[in-house]
Design a protein around this ligand. Structure first.
Ligand code: NAP
Length: 475
């Protein structure tokens, strides 16, 4: 029998007037039946979140922390069930799905810690001539209602990156997950309900972003929109949000420079992992490799050898490394980009073939910068490798992008490492590691078209609070 799920509004699990069938991206089988929330449902959720603000603000930091800790524990207790949800709704291979659940647990644990750390500072008022006899301090206050819109690729952990800091700071949330990955968001809501989150502090509305997203983005009672997703939708949200605060975590075509290394085989393994994990559907996936001319042969040989060991297939199988892309049309698009690069003179070293929604892991060499695979976000298992002679040229190549999320640099020169940190235009430079590296407490976010604002629990918590100043006149 098909699993039937409900939306979560004002502490109630509700059916919708209309519904849709959620299908596995891998097998096409119906995984569950989901309700479509209407605009009225979203308005009711916002109203409910506004009413719940008082209750949420009244919780002590210890109470907020305890709720988040309990949610982390519930993920631990239901670990395998959560990993299996991912294999069904977004075809994440089981090994990677387990990795995401481990990170989700950590994210909620970091949020539980952060709830206890929200502090202000005392201001030396008398450092100004007019400040004598005054005592000033700041405190951080919750913003109120937060609208969270999340993508399909890390549906548990990226929801955690919104809910964790929002609740750590005492906000309430209306969450709209990607319509392909609502099961993870609804499971998360179940855990918060069991953990004792006040009724109305979390609402989960389900439906197409194009149909119900605007209600969240434009509503005056929603004080911040925290969005993770594509550039196209991010630009639309920014244009409609007006003066409302927004955090936009968008895409990238992340690059790595390989200038020098003592262990090319380990670098090759990291590049393969960074390029092909979850079939490249990772915002910091390794998409562009710039390797020093003399290392090209060794690097590509080692990468091709590693790719041979990758197993493609059913996401629910233990041994699978690569499975279906989220939709067949994405695989078709990626295949076209490979052909376009070939037509422009690039050489396909492995892969390039598509079967339905599955694209073989593909390595392409000598790609001109005008090719889509170089200048746009691939979000597919494709990586390009170009060579360079001069390190400055390699840095210019990395910066020749509309995006700027993270970049990696392999070098044994401390001077070159610092040069990269200074000159590469991204939110994070990772030395002797691929740009796909992320742990969940580090500041994370982009420059240029990769977005605005930072996630990473401490940083997101700050963005989800207002700084309030208090001044006491003591004379
Ligand atoms: P997407 O198509 O932009 O969708 C993201 C979310 O926005 C979904 O919930 C979607 O709902 C919703 N949405 C769509 N149109 C909307 C509208 N007009 N108004 C409001 N919401 C709307 O992105 P995706 O395909 O799920 O995810 C892939 C993208 O996310 C990639 O570009 C990737 O780089 C980026 N990403 C960035 C980060 C980061 O931290 N920087 C992390 C992960 C992913 P529907 O599903 O119903 O369309």
């Amino acid at each position: 029998m098909t699993l039937t799920k409900k939306m979560f509004i004002n502490g109630e699990w509700r059916e919708g007037k209309t519904s849709y069938e959620l299908k596995s991206p891998y097998s096409g089988e119906v995984v569950a039946k989901l309700p479509f929330s209407t605009k009225e449902d979203v308005l009711e959720a916002i109203e409910g979140a506004k009413s719940a603000q008082k209750k949420m603000k009244a919780l002590t930091s210890l109470e907020r922390s305890t709720i988040l800790e309990k949610v982390a524990n519930l993920f631990e207790e239901n670990f395998e069930e959560c990993a299996l949800i991912l294999t069904k709704e977004n075809a994440k291979p089981l090994k990677a799905a387990r990795g995401e659940i481990l990170r989700t647990i950590e994210t909620y644990k970091f949020a539980a810690e952060e709830a206890k750390k929200l502090t202000g500072e005392t201001i030396p008022m008398d450092a100004a001539k007019g400040g004598k006899g005054k005592f000033g301090f700041t405190k951080r206050e919750p913003l109120g209602v937060i609208g969270a819109i999340t993508p399909f690729n890390f549906p548990f952990n990226l929801v955690a990156h919104k809910l964790g800091p929002a609740f750590a700071a005492g906000n309430t949330v209306v969450l709209k997950p990607a319509s392909q990955t609502p099961l993870s968001a609804l499971k998360t809501a179940e855990f918060f309900e069991q953990a004792g989150l006040p009724i109305g502090a979390l609402h989960v509305v389900i439906g197409k972003g194009g149909d119900i997203g605007d209600v969240l983005v434009t509503h005056p009672d929603v004080k911040l929109i925290t969005f993770t997703g594509s550039l196209e939708v991010g630009l639309d949200i920014k244009a409609k949000a007006g003066l409302k605060k927004s955090t936009l975590e968008l895409g990238s075509n992340s690059a790595v420079i390989i200038d020098n290394t003592d262990d090319i085989e380990s670098v090759a393994r990291r590049c393969v992992d960074g390029a092909f994990a979850f079939a490249g559907q990772v915002c910091i996936s390794v998409q562009r490799i710039f390797v020093k001319n003399e290392l090209f042969k060794e690097l590509t040989e080692a990468m091709l050898e590693t790719v041979k060991g990758l197993k493609t297939g059913d996401p629910a199988e233990e041994s699978t490394d690569i499975s279906a892309l989220i939709q067949e049309k994405e695989a078709v698009r990626a295949e076209e980009w490979i052909k376009e690069a070939q037509n422009k003179g690039a050489e396909v070293l492995c892969g390039g073939k598509r079967t339905g929604s599955i694209l073989e892991p593909t390595i392409i060499a000598n790609v001109p910068s005008s090719a889509s695979i170089s200048c746009n976000e691939a979000f597919a298992p494709i990586v390009m490798i170009n060579t360079y002679d001069d390190y400055d040229e390699a840095i210019r190549n990395v910066n020749d992008s509309q995006y700027g999320l993270q970049a990696g640099v392999y070098t044994t020169s401390i001077e070159k490492a610092f040069q990269a940190v200074d000159q590469i235009e991204v939110g994070g430079v990772i030395i002797n590691e691929v740009p796909a590296f992320r742990v969940d407490q580090m500041p994370y976010g982009g420059v240029k078209n990769s977005g605005t604002g930072r996630e990473g629990i401490k940083y997101a918590t700050e963005e989800m609070t207002e700084l309030k100043l208090a001044v006491f006149n003591l004379v």
